[in-house]
Design a protein around this ligand. Structure first.
Ligand SMILES: [Zn+2]
Length: 93
């Protein structure tokens, strides 16, 4: 579950969490967005995962032992930019 809500100082904050080590991904430059790809030509949705860059190989190694497809990765910043465009997000609260 890469995106969670975490309470801190009586405020709810959206956080990106590493699916390998469980720690917060505090810097988008240090994160990857991942999904399993069985058929890149198939239309449809894929489940999102996130890891720190340093955690990716361990995540992939474990997941490859129990999944069929390969693991695609993109910079976390790519994911955030794509999501912002897709939701017409603007900054602010
Ligand atoms: Zn990690």
């Amino acid at each position: 579950m890469p995106i969670v809500i975490e309470w801190e100082n009586r405020e709810a904050t959206a956080r990106g969490v590493c699916d390998q080590c469980g720690a917060r991904i505090a810097d988008a430059a240090d994160g990857l967005a991942l999904w399993e790809e069985r058929d890149a030509t198939a239309i449809g949705r894929r489940e999102l995962f996130m890891t720190h860059r340093a955690c990716f190989e361990a995540f992939r190694g474990y997941r490859m032992s129990c999944t069929v497809g390969d693991w695609m990765k993109r910079d976390l910043q790519w994911f955030l930019d794509t999501l912002a465009r897709d939701t017409s997000a603007t900054s602010g609260s």
